[in-house]
Design a protein around this ligand. Structure first.
Ligand code: PLP
Length: 416
């Protein structure tokens, strides 16, 4: 029986409700919110009941510093097997010689990658934050910007595509120790061969931060960075549909440095419930059903991008290769920030993002969660019409909310 199902039957939640009704109501309220509004946040998804079962298991109790067979705690013989399975499945799924499944998050994975390859003060070339770089790619508010000397490349203001000439020029003039490719908002495939070539020319390491597309990679719907990058950082909770967490993939020659950079350098005890849940998710991601899912995610995003364009939004780069779309809603009236608020009130939940041109904010949305719910191209067209109707002020919040709810409830994320 699934965890969610047992919540319904007052199993898991029943225990909590008797002890702590205040928190039980919050869990139930969030579950309702997720199943009665449309989750368009590009980084979110619905994990399977099996992943939730592993997360809610007594593996959460186990302390396990170190690695399988070399732990600093007793009683690790069973969780060691879980971690070995997770590592083996990740290696097979992505064709990597080595996998570390312990990073607590995508950011922790990036921190460990830098720790494995760099020293404080080293120069790193990465996509600038105004163009879709992640906090860990040199934000002054983040350790990365404080401890390393980041140089940012950008995207072309007209096309929204990565400015390859600028990447090459900056690599030649700054001679970075590492080049990072990867973004929180780039809707197109990244040309890993290009970045490898530039890194080799500059004598730099290449770090691919594939937090977003790694699930598409698993399903064969996006190019695999593993053959090109020295280190690939990823999350397990975005399109990949696993538990919240990170992982690192690399070649055998960096295995030991990467492992030591995760533990003991930047983390303590591994979270064994999450690692077991990662193993479950990797098992799911290796199935033909997941490959079909990954391709549907992209097909849905392409339809949604085209429908948003037809409604008058300006879709960055003119479309998408992935699950992710960024768009300027201004032609319909509201700017990105106002639009996000109007849409949230209407039950369409998404983010703001930077746009390649100017200082106005845009909208960032994705199709991973809706596709997990079973929505297809017809529903994407409905979502675009609803979104545009709200932004033009043609559909009032109440009616939009009812329509979003009706659509969401026809595709329950956790049926039963
Ligand atoms: C999501 C993301 C991360 C960080 O993931 P967290 O789990 O939130 O720390 C890092 N890099 C990129 C490019 C991302 O998209």
């Amino acid at each position: 029986m699934s965890v969610i199902h047992s919540l319904d039957a007052e199993g898991g939640l029943g225990v909590l409700r008797r002890q702590d009704p205040e928190l039980a109501d919050i869990l139930l309220g969030e579950r309702r919110r997720q199943s009665t509004t449309l989750q368009l946040i590009a980084a979110e998804n619905f994990t399977s009941p099996s992943v939730l079962a592993a997360l809610g298991s007594p593996l959460a109790n186990k302390y396990a510093e170190g690695y399988p067979g070399a732990r600093h705690h007793g009683g690790c013989e069973i969780v060691d097997v879980a971690e070995r399975i997770a590592v083996d499945r990740a290696k097979a799924l992505f064709g990597a010689a080595h996998a570390n499944v312990q990073p607590h998050s995508g950011s922790s994975a990036v921190l460990a990658a830098y720790a494995a390859l760099l020293r404080p003060g080293d120069t790193v070339l990465a996509l600038g934050l105004p163009y879709g770089g992640h906090l860990t790619h040199g934000s002054p508010a983040n350790f990365s910007g404080r401890w390393f000397d980041f140089v940012g490349y950008g995207v072309d203001a007209e096309t929204g595509l990565i400015d390859h000439d600028q990447v090459r020029t900056l690599a030649r003039s700054h001679r970075p120790k590492a080049i990072v490719c990867g973004s929180i908002a780039y809707p197109r495939h990244i040309d890993h061969a290009f970045f490898r070539e530039v890194a080799d020319e500059a004598g730099a390491c290449l770090i691919a931060d594939a937090a977003h597309p790694i699930g598409l990679v698993a399903g064969g719907a996006a190019p695999n960075p593993v053959p090109y990058a020295d280190i690939v950082c990823a999350t397990t909770h975005k399109v990949l549909r696993g538990p919240r967490g990170g992982m690192i993939l690399c070649g055998g020659e960096l295995a030991e440095r990467v492992d030591r950079a995760v533990f003991p350098f930047t983390q303590g005890g591994a979270q064994m419930h999450t690692i077991a849940a990662k193993a479950v998710a990797f098992g799911e991601a290796a199935t033909p059903a997941f490959a079909a899912y990954a391709h549907r995610v992209v097909a849905n995003a392409k339809v949604l991008a085209a429908a948003l364009t037809a409604e008058g939004l300006v879709v960055t780069t003119g479309g998408t290769d992935t699950h992710l779309i960024t768009a300027d809603p201004a032609p319909l009236g509201p700017d990105g920030r106002t639009a996000r608020g109007l849409l949230a009130a209407a039950g369409l939940v998404m983010d703001c993002c930077a746009l390649p041109h100017g200082t106005e904010r845009g909208l960032r949305l994705g199709t991973a969660a809706l596709t997990t719910q079973g929505m297809g191209e017809k529903e994407m067209t409905s979502v675009a019409a609803l979104l545009a109707g709200v932004l033009r002020g043609e559909i009032d919040t109440r009616r939009a909310r009812a329509e979003a709810r009706e659509l969401a409830e026809r595709f329950p994320p956790y049926p039963g």
